[in-house]
Design a protein around this ligand. Structure first.
Ligand code: ADP
Ligand code: MG
Length: 360
């Protein structure tokens, strides 16, 4: 169903925002550290018009779900909470947002770790900015989006996803310092691109595991007398900590250093080695991998044309990302998926996105 079929008139404006995948710098953002995401071809489109009846009306084409909210009403649940959150954070910041018709359609898979939530928030905020000609920049869009997710969707997230969706493109890697928000747009290593494969293992333990790791990092930082683990430069310092805090901290410190190494400019081979080292660190020191992710990463790492691979996202399930030779991504993804599924799993190729890249 189109905007017009749902709302009985044409939309007044529309905006898009992409999903993202993080290439390096995992579990560093809540330690004030460094990350290296890139945008993916899949994106979310939000269309808007003014609503005439004093209520907000939201429709998701993906969920085929319609939600109506009186402006003053309390926060809705589900997908509407993300959109309502975006409207409310703008209201709280002093902009007066009228009642709106909001139509959402997306090619970003939901809940696969490609950040469909940030894409929804950023596309919503961009569309509202356009409709009302609001004087807010892309960094503010990311910050409003993060506030919407934390305070209205109830997800305690860092700023990486929203900054990536708001500022990254598919042709570059975004270096981001999550403490200062200093950022740099980097080229991909020479003639490379990415493959992302979903392991098919849901990250059921991700929330409890994530919260536990966050708490362990906070404790480690306290023991070391620093504001956040980002303030430790030399990984040797972490050796003084008791188990398991020494290994948790070592992952964060070495991971931050791996991201910083990329800033110097690296070959595809070196970038791949850093990704492989990141996976080993997430598996052994941070203990957030599972056998399926280890199997998928091993298959990727053994495949010709792959420079390096690692789990991406919080872990305990979810997806793996690999840096591969440009032009070989489809063949590599297909071959790896077959081997992985032959090992008894049920994976899925997320990037390259066959539909989007074929249409391009
Ligand atoms: P991820 O961001 O990794 O995809 P999240 O759990 O953070 O996973 O966000 C997924 C949630 O975001 C969905 O459950 C839904 O509430 C909302 N969402 C994202 N995209 C859409 C969409 N196109 N239509 C409706 N809701 C969406
Ligand atoms: Mg999300």
């Amino acid at each position: 169903m189109s905007f017009q079929q749902i709302f009985g008139k044409l939309s007044e404006t529309q905006a898009i925002a992409p999903g993202r995948v993080n290439l390096l710098g995992e579990h560093t953002d809540y330690n004030d550290g460094f990350v290296l995401p890139t945008a993916i071809p899949q994106h979310t489109t939000v269309q808007l018009s003014f609503s005439d009846d004093g209520e907000h009306h939201f429709y998701s084409e993906n969920l085929q779900e319609r939600v109506s909210i009186l402006e003053s009403h309390h926060t809705p649940s589900g997908f509407a909470s993300y959109i309502f959150g975006c409207i409310e954070v703008l209201n709280k910041a002093g902009y007066t947002i009228p009642s709106l018709n909001v139509y959402v359609q997306s090619s970003v898979p939901m809940g696969s770790g490609l950040s469909s939530s940030a894409a929804l928030e950023v596309a919503t905020l961009r569309a509202i900015r356009q409709l009302l000609d609001l004087p807010i920049d892309d960094v503010e869009i990311a910050q409003f989006a993060q506030q919407a997710e934390i305070h209205y969707a109830g997800v305690q997230c860092g700023i990486m996803d929203q900054m990536a969706s708001s500022l990254a493109d598919t042709q570059h890697i975004l270096f981001l310092d999550t403490r200062t928000l200093e950022r740099r747009v980097l080229p991909f290593p020479n003639k490379t691109t990415i493959v992302v494969i979903d392991s098919g293992v849901p990250h059921t333990l991700a929330t409890s595991g994530y919260n536990q790791r966050r708490a362990e990092c906070e404790h480690a930082a306290n023991l070391l007398g620093v504001k956040a683990l980002r303030d430790i430069i030399d990984a040797k310092v972490t050796e003084t900590l008791p188990e398991p805090f020494n290994r948790r901290a070592r992952h964060v410190v070495t991971e931050d250093n791996r991201v910083l190494e990329v800033l110097q400019g690296v070959t595809p081979e070196h970038f791949g080695e850093l990704m492989n080292a990141s996976h080993a660190s997430l598996r052994d020191d941070y203990e957030v991998s599972v056998p399926a992710l280890d199997t998928l990463v091993e298959i990727l790492q053994k495949t010709p044309g792959v420079f390096g691979a690692r789990l991406t996202g919080a872990g305990f399930g979810g997806s793996c990302v690999a840096l591969v030779a440009l032009g070989e991504e489809k063949a590599i993804a297909t071959q790896v998926l077959q081997q992985y599924n032959n090992a008894g799993y049920k994976g899925q190729i997320l990037v390259p996105d066959v539909e989007v890249s074929d249409a391009a």
